[in-house]
Write a protein that binds this ligand. Sequence first.
Ligand SMILES: [Zn+2]
Length: 178
Amino acid sequence: MSDEIVQPGVGDPDDLERLWTPHRMAYIRGENKPADGTSGECPFCRIPALGDEEGLVVHRGELTYAVLNLYPYAPGHLMVCPYRHIADYTETTDAEAAEMADLTRAAMRVVRSVSGADGFNIGMNQGPIAGAGIAAHLHQHVVPRWLGDQNFMPIIGRTKTLPELLVDTRSLLADAWA
Ligand SMILES: [Zn+2]
C-alpha cells in the first residue's frame, strides 16, 4: 500500500505561478491589530520611533513619512502617514496635506523607477466601514500595479522569504528615494 496521495480530477499543471501569501493570514486573523483607537496602541505612531529597517520606513519627511505595508497587496505597497495621530483627512493641516501629496508623488516616481510599475492605486480608506484596517491613524496607500499582476518585482528573487523580501524592497526604495 502506497502513501502517495492520489487526487483524481486535479487536472494538468498550468504555467501560472502561485503567489503564496501566508503573511496575509496574520492580517486576516487580526494580529497586530490595535486594541483601541488611542495613539498608545497605534502602529503608525510606533513606527517612526523604530529604525528604518525594523520599521520598514522608506522616507522620513518633516510632517509625514513613507513606510512599506507589512501586509502588501503588491510588492512595493507603501503608505504615506502623518506623524500626528489623526484619523480623518479633514484633520490635516495645510502643510501636512501638502507633504502627504509630495511624498505620494515621490513614492510613485521611486517605485516606478525601481520596478517599472505600469500603474498605481492610490487612496485612503476613511473609517472601518470604508475598509480602513487602522482607522484611527490616517494613511494613504500607494499600491503599484503591473500588467498581469500579481508578479513579484522582476528585480527581486522570488525564492526569498517574506521578511527578507520586505527588507530588500525597503532598501531598494530608500536608496532610489535618496
Ligand atoms: Zn497613530
